[in-house]
Design a protein around this ligand. Structure first.
Ligand code: 6CS
Length: 316
């Protein structure tokens, strides 16, 4: 049998590294009985279209990032909120792979005919612009491209910006043609999509991680022979540490590459500067809860208390 795995990112990306390793492990476990075909971004459609393809069982597996998926499942919008996750990404890895978080979200995915397999951090979101962005006031009227969910645009409206949602594939030309003034993505993506070529500054505020989720068609997953479903579950669990290390490596290496290949100025915000953004972002949590309801509140409480607990526990 052949399983199709669709990506929201191009070849060489974090999602591609995930899919290639997933493929390798499943093909090995099944002794070649299962083949996985990986479809990088561009071959099948936009993020939202990929989710639809999984719902229709036209592909079995895909990535679905909350920045787009929150239009369909408002609860996942939590991962687009600023300053909700820990500054310590080891803590985030643990929280995101916990059964507590999975169990709140999985039923909502199931209502959409989707099986939530995994929640994957891909690195810190970094702002790019042609001017430094150091204070919320610097965002005043700033046209920043965001992913397509409305919950996400509110985070930038809170800073006074003019967020412009658009698909990933249109960002480079949007920047080039000045339809947008800036965008936000993890460093590996800024490098592989060449956004840094048309932007002068990269601003690291550590305000959020780029989070993706791995999904499968719910019916397909439920009807898998037991041994095959076990391989999927096992591999999904094994991939947590694998992809965590990969994303760290990719983001580090590509920051060096950008520094070596361009005169992009990299700005890292101080704790005081971050604090101003943190304060300006707090009100968006209420808007999130209004949109994501009781289940959203429960998820927010669970995530924030787990982050606190694990930060305390790590002694840092
Ligand atoms: O900005 C986006 O739309 C995309 N960015 C990344 C790093 N992955 C997928 C997502 O759709």
């Amino acid at each position: 049998v052949t399983w199709r795995f669709a990506l929201e990112e191009i070849e060489g990306s974090v999602q591609d590294a995930y899919a290639q390793e997933f493929k390798k492990r499943i093909e090995e476990k099944s002794n070649g009985q299962i083949k996985i075909e990986v479809y990088p971004y561009g071959s099948l459609g936009t993020s939202s279209q990929l989710t639809e393809l999984v719902q229709q069982k036209a592909v079995e597996l895909a990535f679905a990032s909350p920045g787009h998926l929150a239009s369909v499942i408002p609860e996942v919008g939590i991962f687009t909120l600023h300053f909700v996750l820990s500054d310590d990404n080891d803590v985030n890895k643990e929280v995101l792979s916990s059964s507590e978080v999975h169990d709140i979200l999985a039923p909502r995915y199931a209502e959409q005919n989707l099986q939530l397999l995994s929640i994957v951090p891909e690195g810190w979101m970094v702002w790019t612009a042609n001017k430094p962005l150091r204070t919320p006031a610097d965002f005043n009227d700033f046209k920043i491209r965001t992913m397509t969910s409305p919950i996400l645009t509110q985070s930038y409206e809170a800073y006074g910006a003019n967020p412009t949602p658009m698909p990933y594939s249109e960002v480079y030309s949007g920047l080039q043609l000045k339809q947008i003034e800036g965008q936000v993505n993890p460093i590996f993506a800024i490098e592989e999509m060449s956004f840094y070529e048309v932007q002068d500054y990269m601003i690291i505020a550590k305000h959020a991680q780029f989070i993706a989720t791995v999904i499968a068609n719910d019916e397909w997953y439920a009807n898998l022979p037991d041994d095959q479903r076990q391989w999927v579950d096992e591999t999904r669990d094994e991939m947590v540490d694998f992809i965590y290390e990969k994303q760290a490596q990719f983001n580090q290496e590509r920051l060096e590459k950008i520094k070596n290949n361009s005169d992009t100025e990299v700005i890292t915000l101080s704790d005081e500067e971050r604090q101003a953004f943190r304060e300006a972002s707090m009100g968006v949590r209420d808007t999130y809860v209004e949109q994501a309801g009781e289940n959203g509140q429960k998820l927010l409480d669970t995530v924030t208390s787990m982050v606190k607990e694990k930060e305390g526990g790590s002694g840092s």
